[in-house]
Design a protein around this ligand. Structure first.
Ligand code: KIV
Length: 272
């Protein structure tokens, strides 16, 4: 059971993430949105917990990540930070909290750091937001970049198809990797791009590339509800399911309902 568990219990930091890349130790990241799940993932040895704005879909049932607010992200990040001892906790800056101007972005970044206890922020985009990222990293706040299929731009893309298949977009992405590194990013998430392009990005800079639907990288990230099979109507090619919580929960709830209805719960030993 414990063969896969991490024995290095030191807190994961920006420095440790770089060392992991240098040493060829893969980084395991999962999303998390609440205290109890964060505690389980952290104890199991996940290196990074991403308080993703996918909370907008997974927690709130929205069709995109756009509606989630700064206050809602702060609430989720606070809960996750309380549950994490070892993992490096990254909070997404939600749509609208960093695109307006640099001062507004920095104010919001500082607010998230102060109120949540997370370790870093994640922002979607390349050269267009490099100055914003620079002003946040220069304030001493670690930033994780996010390139490729950036869900906050879904209306501009028009679909969730793989990005950067064409040479021009692939070259722009590689330029963005370098730009984000120069702007001070401590890692970059690469979402839904060809594996061959990810391999080039991995070699281009010394900071870790964390892939999702991007082939082999320095690390991987998945949405926890998807990989645990809680959400059984989302099955992209890149998703590996490690459990079927949908089935397990439906079965458990079904048995509970039956016990209540037939009066076998609570039993005498479950009563005061
Ligand atoms: O919000 C999120 O869950 C993410 C991952 C898909 C990388 O950004």
């Amino acid at each position: 059971m414990s063969g896969y568990l991490v024995t290095d219990t030191r807190k994961v930091t920006t420095r440790r993430l770089r060392e992991m890349k240098e040493a060829g130790v893969k980084i395991a990241m999962l999303t998390s949105y609440d205290y109890t799940t964060a505690k389980i993932l952290d104890a199991a040895g996940v290196d990074c917990l991403l308080v993703g704005d996918s909370a907008s879909n997974v927690m709130a049932g929205h069709a995109t990540t756009l509606p989630i607010t700064l206050d809602q992200m702060i609430y989720h990040a606070m809960c996750v930070s309380r549950g994490a001892k070892r993992a490096f906790v990254v909070c997404d800056m939600p749509f609208g909290s960093y695109q307006i101007d640099r001062t507004d972005a920095l104010r919001n970044a500082v607010r998230i750091m102060k109120e949540t206890g997370c370790d870093a922020l994640k922002l979607e985009g390349g050269a267009a937001i490099a100055d914003t990222i620079r002003s946040i990293t220069q304030a001493g706040i670690p930033v994780v970049g996010h390139l490729g299929l950036t869900p906050q731009s879904i209306h501009q893309f028009g679909s969730y198809a793989v990005r950067a298949r064409e040479e021009a977009e692939a070259q722009t992405l590689l330029n963005d990797v370098e730009t984000l590194y120069q702007a001070g990013c401590c890692a970059i998430v690469l979402e839904k791009i060809p594996a061959a392009l990810t391999a080039k990005a991995v070699k281009a800079v010394p900071i870790p590339m964390i892939g999702i639907g991007a082939g082999e990288a320095d690390g991987q990230v998945l949405v926890v509800d998807d990989m645990l099979g809680k959400n059984n109507d989302f099955s992209p090619k890149f998703l590996r399911r490690y459990a079927n919580l949908h089935e397990i929960m439906t079965d458990a709830v079904g048995r509970y309902i039956a016990d209540v209805k037939e009066g076998s719960f609570p039993a005498a030993e479950e009563s005061y």
